[in-house]
Ligand binder design. Structure first.
Ligand SMILES: [Zn+2]
Length: 271
């Protein structure tokens, strides 16, 4: 039993999918110019990765969280609606996957994206993930003022906690880390700034299982950051399925959308 979860929960797990799609390539487009093939690397996410991932989640009975940039909701409205109709949570992930220049600029961007989500998807986001996890100094106060319930950006803990903010506001933090981010393991591109080398799914599965075993023992949380344009590949989706089944074989694991984990933490902490 841990201090963060209901009595019948040993640890929390959220599969979060950042559908950055083409926006992930914008910084590279500024350097090398727009390349149709480079942009197609991003299009793989909504076109090919999402259907495969939605099938997997449905087959294994897992509800997840999808962080969608506003521009991607506009460009791929039907795909975004499929995600909503499948019962998954939608979270905020900027408009164009760029870090805002100031907290005031970010406030405007949040309001713009909330309107897009409401108008096109009929949802109000409760979760905030900054592009590249780059939260601005003072940014969480704006996020809380805009009505969000949780942030999932910081890397300082293996368990959830609560940010105490101005005027008595608070946000639950569901911490992430690069070890749980598929881009650190699988993202290779020819275009600078490139990353590599490409890992095997087996190596990543071994790492994630070992982390999960420890987090389970300690009663913490494991928040995975997965990009459909990267992990939508066949061998990686199959690996995700193996990981989910491994987690489901253990008792008292709460695998849920990040928003549900945040609500459980808030109730337990009496917030
Ligand atoms: Zn992203």
């Amino acid at each position: 039993m841990s201090g963060f979860w209901p009595d019948d929960v040993q640890c929390g797990v959220a599969f979060t999918f950042d559908l950055d799609a083409e926006t992930m390539w914008l910084e590279r487009a500024e350097v090398i110019g727009e390349s149709p093939v480079m942009l197609s690397e991003g299009a793989y996410g909504p076109k090919t990765g999402i259907p495969r991932i939605l099938n997997l989640l449905e087959r294994l009975g897992v509800d997840a969280t999808f962080f969608l940039p506003g521009k991607i909701i506009e460009n791929y409205t039907d795909v975004s609606r499929e995600i909503v109709h499948a019962g998954h949570e939608i979270g905020y992930h900027s408009y164009l996957h760029k870090t805002a220049a100031s907290v005031e600029e970010e406030r405007q961007e949040i309001q713009q994206c909330k309107k897009i989500m409401k108008d096109l998807l009929g949802v109000v986001p409760r979760g905030y993930r900054a592009p590249g996890f780059e939260v601005l100094p003072g940014g969480l106060d704006v996020v809380a003022e805009e009505g969000f319930a949780y942030s999932t950006n910081f890397m300082d803990c293996d368990h959830p906690y609560v940010h105490r903010l101005n005027e008595g506001r608070s946000l639950v933090e569901l911490p992430v880390d690069w070890i749980f981010d598929d881009s650190a393991h699988f993202f290779f591109t020819f275009h600078e700034p490139s990353r590599g080398p490409i890992s095997t799914p087996a190596r990543v599965l071994e790492m994630w299982k070992a982390e999960f075993d420890g987090i389970y023992d300690e009663g913490g949380c494991m928040i995975l950051t997965i990009h459909p344009q990267i992990s939508g590949r066949i061998s990686r989706v199959r690996m995700l399925g193996e990981l989910i089944q491994y987690m489901q074989s253990r008792p008292k694991v709460m695998i849920a959308p990040a928003g549900e984990l945040a609500s459980a933490v808030r109730i337990k902490c009496g917030q």
